[in-house]
Design a protein around this ligand. Structure first.
Ligand code: HXC
Length: 519
């Protein structure tokens, strides 16, 4: 072959590789409303930044005559590029090649970019769209999965790992996304389950659709497996880009600091009146968050799951910050199993990646009852306590209203190494609410009063006495558990000043092989 022909041959091969399983299968992918692997990567990365690797890799199997069917790239597109100018490593499974199923060589390709991402200290993004283990490759496929899982585990807490589920993701294949930091699913075409509806039917007799078993709605709201539910792939990809803007490249760096023209001393008058006089009335803690963060921008994580606690990213004076806030608007902001798990995972992510934490507290306590006890509220509540207690990033806490009992201790209290703990004058920091306390302390005395008006008067008096003494922030402030009681409208300024003072914070936990968080 002449040299000119060699070059032409290369160009032809590259064109062929881009076509994956061929035009017919690409058309079928499009007909389902799905993009191809190459299209997804180009949507995700900065224009023209993608450098593809391993496009000439083909599988090595000979089982079931599969050696007669080979496609360049073998079912996954891998490489690197940039997002907002910062390098990321990517892989996107190509459903047009054997349904994106995982072969030995496909696993090697994925592992190669994961290893490079670790070496370079850059995030890795995986786009999943696969029929699972390539059946013809048997145990080689299972071994390939395990190679990926091990890398997910070792990369955890070192580089951000993000998984998009833009097609099927079933069987053991779900465990790679599950080991990563964030999962994004789309409303259509995206599903995750350990066993599909047919197996479910044959094993348990349950009749259930793919959507109801493992669709985005289920995983974003019921199981909490998915952190984000996007309308379509375009929105999913925008979410990934936005999410990365709040994150550092790796655990040794800080998140990007943006310039900010939202005044740091902006007063937000509405906050002085946001807490209702009646302690039983709710308000939306997201209104507080939006009012104090830069430019009203809050990037919520796990929006549909455990809505009694709100978590997400925002910026203060341009610096990325993780926010955890009890939500009085949903189940009165109580801490239950799901809320504890959701917040604990978020706190640990922020701590692993040097993102300071702001906690907004309005919590009536842990949710009582056999349902929660049987579901392990003890172990799960302990996860959140553990996460806060071990976190060494700057931690600022503002108590807006209720902060009762064990939940008070959990929510980034001073004794769990909260750095600056502020309270609004509306805060009530106590062992429990007034009604419960009076019942315990005065139950016998109340029962002894026969006359109803007298009884009501006595209860009201004792309740007022309790509120006067405990339902305020000043007792906690008198002991130094609260560093200052602040005017609500000035919260943005005080929070920014606190984080500025904490910029040089250095705390190191005792050396250990690893911790033993109550899983
Ligand atoms: C080899 C596969 C494949 C697989 C799909 N294909 N899955 N090839 N191994 N696992 C091929 C099909 O033969 C077909 O080839 C093409 O991909 C598209 O598949 P279709 O069935 O036509 O597509 P669709 O109707 O959209 O259905 C998609 C699907 C279905 C739901 C994913 O293909 C399916 O159920 N596949 C099997 C899923 C499965 O049981 N996988 C193993 C799970 S166990 P042609 O040539 O016609 O285009 C597992 C263990 C992992 O994954 C353990 C890790 C620890």
């Amino acid at each position: 072959m002449e040299n000119v022909e060699k070059v032409k041959n290369l160009i032809d091969l590259r064109i062929k590789a881009k076509l994956g399983g061929g035009e017919k299968r690409i058309a079928s992918q499009h007909a389902k409303g799905k993009y191809t692997a190459h299209e997804r990567i180009h949507l995700l990365l900065d224009d023209g930044s993608f450098e593809e690797l391993d496009m000439f890799v083909t599988h090595r199997s000979t089982n079931f005559g599969i050696d007669k069917e080979k496609y360049l790239g073998d079912g996954v597109v891998t490489g690197h590029g940039t997002i907002d100018g910062r390098i990321v490593f990517v892989y996107a499974q190509d459903f047009t090649v054997f349904g994106g199923s995982l072969s030995e060589t496909m696993a090697l390709k994925i592992c190669k970019v994961m290893d490079m991402a670790m070496k370079m200290g850059a995030p890795v993004i995986g786009i999943n769209d696969s029929g699972g283990a390539r059946i013809q490759e048997g145990v080689n496929s299972l071994a390939g999965y395990a190679e990926i899982f091990e890398r997910n585990i070792l990369a955890s807490g070192v580089i951000p790992q993000i998984s998009a589920i833009f097609g099927p993701c079933a069987g053991g294949a779900v465990y790679s996304p599950a080991l990563t930091d964030f999962i994004i699913m789309t409303e259509k075409n995206s599903y995750m389950f350990v066993t599909g509806p047919k197996v479910v039917k044959s094993v348990t007799g349950e009749d259930i659709s793919t959507e109801d078993l493992g669709g985005a709605a289920v995983h974003a709201s019921k199981s909490g497996v998915a952190h984000f539910k996007a309308v379509d792939e375009e929105e999913g990809i925008l979410l990934i880009r936005k999410l990365l803007s709040y994150l550092p490249q790796n655990n040794l760096e800080d998140a990007p600091l943006l310039s900010c023209n939202d005044p740091v001393d902006r007063l937000e008058d509405s906050l002085n009146a946001i807490v209702p006089d009646n302690p039983n009335l709710p308000y939306d803690v997201k209104d507080v968050i939006h009012a104090i963060v830069d430019h009203d921008e809050f990037f919520e994580v796990h929006r549909h799951y455990a809505r009694n606690i709100v978590v997400g990213f925002a910026r203060f004076n341009g610096a990325s910050t993780g926010i955890i806030a009890n939500q009085p608007n949903f189940l009165a902001g109580v801490l239950d199993v799901d809320a504890s798990k959701k917040a604990a995972r978020f706190v640990r992510f922020c701590d692993a990646f040097n993102i300071p934490i702001l906690t907004l507290v309005d919590v009536p306590g842990f949710l009582p009852g056999s349902g929660q006890e049987y579901a392990g509220i003890i172990t799960n509540g302990a996860k959140l306590m553990y996460a806060y207690g071990e976190a060494t990033v700057p931690k600022v806490t503002v108590t807006l209203r209720k902060s009762y009992g064990g939940a008070h201790d959990v929510m980034s209290s001073k004794q769990l190494r909260g750095d600056f703990n502020y309270a609004w004058p509306t805060a009530e920091i106590a062992v429990m609410g007034a009604a419960g306390a009076i019942e315990v302390l005065e139950g016998k005395n109340i029962a002894a009063i026969a006359e109803q008006t007298e009884k009501a008067k006595y209860i009201a008096e004792k309740t007022d006495e309790y509120k006067e003494k405990f339902a305020n922030p000043y007792q906690a402030a008198a002991f130094g558990y609260i560093d200052d009681v602040i005017e609500p409208r000035n919260t943005r300024f005080r929070v920014i000043r606190a984080f500025q003072a904490l910029q040089s914070k250095k705390v190191v936990n005792p050396l250990k092989k690893h911790d033993n968080i109550p899983l």
